[in-house]
Design a protein around this ligand. Structure first.
Ligand code: PEP
Ligand code: MG
Length: 546
């Protein structure tokens, strides 16, 4: 049987399941014996004791876990929460029930706030359970322990749990709830534990069941065959040797160079990317710097950020993307209009062109940063449809002092007229995330059509080939900067289709580097040819690895 969720990272594991114990039953509504002061004193003592315990656990765990546990301790010690508990006890409610209700009210507020705050609501529920357990005199719910390594399955993991995980024993984490920014995901990433979150049906798994948890596909497979287990073990082995392999520049077995670049959203992430062997930046998502801005950023403000980024890559290539507003990345100062289908709306270059001064300011800031740092800066536009839009962007970039100006290939029309586009663009960078969304007409934000969002689809691969061929004919670079480049097997196929560079989240660099080292350009082309002839994404995957 298979279950699907959202994978965190690219790790995988095989082993027996251990379920997190069920939470304590909620305290029934009830009235205390009449001594509100004594009831409140007991409740306060429990709140303080839990706060102290969380701080102590944080000190033991250290690192990021410490911050998370200290934040949970602060929730337990929150004076407004204590006030709420007090007034509920004064109106006759038992201490246990008052704690339960006060925490639930606090949780509702956080949930109503949405996003990051809503995900913190889980932490609050955990703190409440610990306080109630203490009031009942029973052990706090927590992670199971075992002498044998296991895969932990839970509804969701609270910070107190994740901080206490015995990393030597936990092979992977599977949770029913939680998204890519939940604590399970954040801590799994920081501890390099494979994790799959949001797995509907996870709680049907019973203790002892053997499963394969594959974070790269987000799939949990129960009762694998012996052959499947051996294949997984071989992949785990391969991954650990890839991670331990020396960091080299990207190169194929025959010596063909394929520079490996980083996708970044903030200059703060640059140092880590360099440490992981990024040879430069293939996609800097400038809109990530200004997601909260109500007004357009100034030239000076932007210049400072871009200069900081460039300073990490002396003599290296850094590809910066002009603001990509719209759909999954709204920027209120660029497009505030309500649109029925924002992915098909005034986004990317379309929005920039409608507010040309904002685009001019950004390109000026970039040209200034380039002049100040002497870096090799390339600038590209997102969501470009054809040669006319390309000419517009390239001309504006040159007018404002940029030397290397290109476009992203995300809209299928751009691939179809790639030869025309490359008459003016200095380079093309393929954004496979959007290219897949638009080719298969499947909203990348919508879970119900997630199966269509597969860049292995031959239709997507054929568009990549059109772009690769056009690049080769024009003698201009065609890079990849979508998530597809982070899939080692697909990365090889993309090179076979003509990609000249691969840019990805830095954590994926080691796996891709190792995979490239094992194939020649001729082999990559053969794999690409087989994948192109397939009829579905799944067939392409199989054909490429045959
Ligand atoms: C893409 O669409 O593939 C891409 C790299 O851009 P983003 O994911 O930021 O839309
Ligand atoms: Mg995109």
């Amino acid at each position: 049987m298979q279950f699907k969720g959202v994978g965190v990272g690219r790790g995988l594991a095989v082993g027996p399941i251990l379920r997190m114990p069920d939470p304590l039953p909620d305290p029934e509504p009830g009235r205390h014996a009449g001594n509100a002061d004594a009831e409140y004193a007991t409740a306060t003592a429990a709140l303080h004791a839990v706060a102290a315990e969380l701080v102590a656990r944080g000190a033991k765990a250290g690192g990021e876990a410490k911050d998370v546990l200290e934040a949970a301790a602060m929730m337990a010690g929150d004076p407004s929460l204590a006030e709420d508990v007090k007034s509920r006890i004064e109106s006759g409610t038992t201490g246990e029930r008052a704690v339960y209700e006060a925490f639930a009210a606090f949780q509702d507020i956080l949930t109503g706030m949405g996003g990051y705050m809503a995900e913190r609501a889980t932490d609050l529920g955990d703190v409440a359970q610990r306080v109630i357990a203490r009031l009942r005199g029973v052990p706090a719910p927590g992670v199971p322990t075992s002498d044998e390594p296991f895969i932990l399955v839970a509804k969701d993991l609270a910070p107190a749990d994740t901080a206490l995980l015995d990393l030597a024993k936990v092979l992977a984490l599977i949770t029913r709830d939680g998204g890519p920014t939940s604590h399970t995901a954040i801590l799994a990433r920081s501890k390099s534990i494979p994790a799959i979150v949001g797995v509907t049906g996870a709680l049907e798994l019973t203790d002892g069941t053997i499963v394969v948890a594959d974070a790269s596909s987000g799939v949990v497979t129960t009762d694998p065959t012996e052959d499947e287990v051996s294949a997984v073990r071989a992949r785990i082995e391969e991954r650990s040797s890839a991670a331990a392999a020396p960091i080299t520049d990207g190169v194929l077995a025959d010596g063909t160079r394929v520079p490996l670049l980083a996708n970044l959203g903030s200059p703060a992430d640059a140092a880590e990317a360099v440490a992981l062997g990024a040879e430069g930046v293939g996609l800097f998502r400038t809109e990530f710097l200004f997601l909260d801005a109500k007004t357009a950023p100034t030239v000076e403000e932007q210049q400072a950020k871009y200069s900081e980024l460039l300073s990490h890559f002396p003599g290296r290539k850094v590809v910066v993307r002009a603001l990509d507003a719209g759909a999954d990345k709204p920027l209120s100062f660029l497009n505030d209009a309500h649109e029925e289908n924002p992915a098909l709306g005034l986004r990317g270059l379309r929005a920039l062109r409608a507010s040309e001064q904002i685009l001019r300011d950004q390109l000026t800031a970039l040209a200034n940063a380039q002049a100040a740092t002497g870096a090799e800066l390339w600038v590209m536009a997102p969501m470009v449809s054809d040669a006319e839009e390309t000419e517009y962007f390239v001309a504006l970039g040159r007018e404002l002092g940029l030397t290397t100006v290109g476009v992203m290939a995300e809209v299928p029309s751009l691939a179809v007229v790639a030869d025309q586009v490359l008459e003016s663009a200095d380079f093309v960078s393929i954004g496979t995330n959007d290219l897949t969304q638009y080719t298969l007409a499947a909203d990348r934000m919508l879970g119900s059509v997630a199966s269509y969002q597969d860049p292995w689809h031959p239709a997507v691969l054929r568009l990549v080939k059109m772009l690769g061929d056009a690049g080769a004919a024009a003698g201009k670079p065609v890079g990849i900067c979508g998530e597809a480049a982070a899939d080692p097997q697909l990365a090889v196929v993309l090179v076979g289709l003509g990609a000249t560079t691969l840019s990805m989240t830095p954590a994926a660099l080691a796996d891709v580097r190792a995979e490239l080292l094992g194939v020649t350009l001729a082999e990559a082309r053969e794999r690409a040819t087989r994948a192109l002839a397939a009829r579905t994404a799944a067939e392409a995957r199989t054909a490429a690895s045959a």
